[in-house]
Design a protein around this ligand. Structure first.
Ligand code: GTP
Ligand code: MG
Length: 316
């Protein structure tokens, strides 16, 4: 790991060690982190950090690319099935790699269920609608249920032990810990052939810890930083990143819809695709794509079953 860092001009054994110990084991992790944060976590002087970052940018050739290069990269994009054809359809064929997909909804709408379903389907080969890789699942609320993974895998005639063995789960105990786990993804994802990263939920710790107007700016700044790390991760490793978000009600709003996704503009701008999930009649769920750069604003009905997520039996 440190040999990767030692390939940077000006970074010797000592600096590499400080970077690794501070939580920056790869060139990627240095590129995406603010210099002030690196300096604080490693004890390396701010100016030296800036020099290291410049070297890291050069090593990674971060700068202009031709449209052709971008196009070639986009063509490598894969899509992961949700188990519901109609939901896949409104997502443009499934949950995309190289993008950040946000699942938004009130309590009990099925966000966690959808994440666990994707943790199974992501392991299928691409010709069966999967991403052909493993899964990293950051659980902030303690709601990841291995039993449910077994149930879904068995109902789909997959080997449940094999499926469960390929899902790496970490419980994040606070927002700081969540941030450390996100930083860790930059080594973990390539080392473990991870193709799907889930953060369920992205925002709950931030909302719980940064209370009141005075702390809002700091909260948004931290949230923004981690969201951008996740986007960078999705792009750099051609993986899908799925995060969940809650809704909040604005009691001061009298006109229009008072229910909004939490996280404000920072969340809205960072996420590539936003999917709002609501409860429908007779246990169905309605998913709607909102604010997507290229997906139309459409909705689809699905149900939560023993097999995970499925289409509703008849078209609604
Ligand atoms: P919060 O995290 O509280 O915001 O909610 P969420 O959106 O993550 O909800 P979650 O995914 O936990 O959905 C819970 C709902 O899924 C339950 O109310 C059930 O309706 C449904 N559900 C959970 N487990 C099963 C299951 O094993 N079988 C079936 N058929 N439905 C299930
Ligand atoms: Mg949940």
């Amino acid at each position: 790991m440190s040999s990767d860092l030692e390939s940077l001009p000006g970074v010797g054994k000592e600096l590499a060690k400080k970077l690794v110990n501070g939580g920056y084991p790869t060139i990627e992790s240095i590129i995406v982190s603010p210099p002030k944060e690196i300096s604080e976590n490693t004890g390396i002087g701010f100016d030296t950090v800036l020099k290291i970052q410049n070297a890291a940018h050069e090593a990674f050739n971060v700068g202009f690319k031709t449209a052709l290069e971008f196009y070639e990269r986009r063509r490598q994009m894969l899509r992961c099935t949700t188990g519901s054809k109609r939901l896949d359809e409104i997502l443009g064929g499934g949950v995309e790699t190289q993008a950040l997909t946000e699942l938004i909804g009130e309590y009990g709408t099925g966000k966690t269920q959808l994440c666990m379903m994707l943790a199974v389907t992501a392991q299928l080969p691409p010709e069966e609608g999967g991403l052909g890789g493993n899964v990293a699942f950051i659980d902030t609320e303690g709601t990841f249920m291995p039993e449910r993974i077994y149930q879904i895998a068995e109902a789909r005639s997959l080997d449940p032990n094999k499926i469960a063995n390929n899902i790496l789960v970490a419980r994040a105990y606070n927002s700081n810990h969540q941030g450390l786990l996100i930083n860790h993804l930059f080594t973990m994802v390539p080392e473990n052939n991870v193709k799907l990263v889930v953060v369920d939920s992205m925002i709950s710790h931030f909302r719980g810890e940064y209370i009141g107007r005075d702390n809002l700016a700091e909260r948004q700044q931290k949230l923004n930083m981690y969201l951008h790390k996740l986007i960078r991760l999705a792009e750099a490793y051609n993986i899908a990143v799925v995060i969940t978000n809650q809704v909040q009600t604005n009691p001061a709003q009298y006109f229009g819809n008072p229910i909004h996704p939490a996280g404000g503009n920072v969340m809205a701008h960072a996420c590539t695709h936003r999917v709002m999930i609501k409860k429908g009649s007779q246990g169905t769920r309605v998913a709607r794509v909102i604010d997507s750069p290229y997906l139309p604003d459409k909705q689809a009905y699905f149900i939560i079953t023993e097999k995970g997520i499925e289409d509703t039996p008849e078209k609604k």
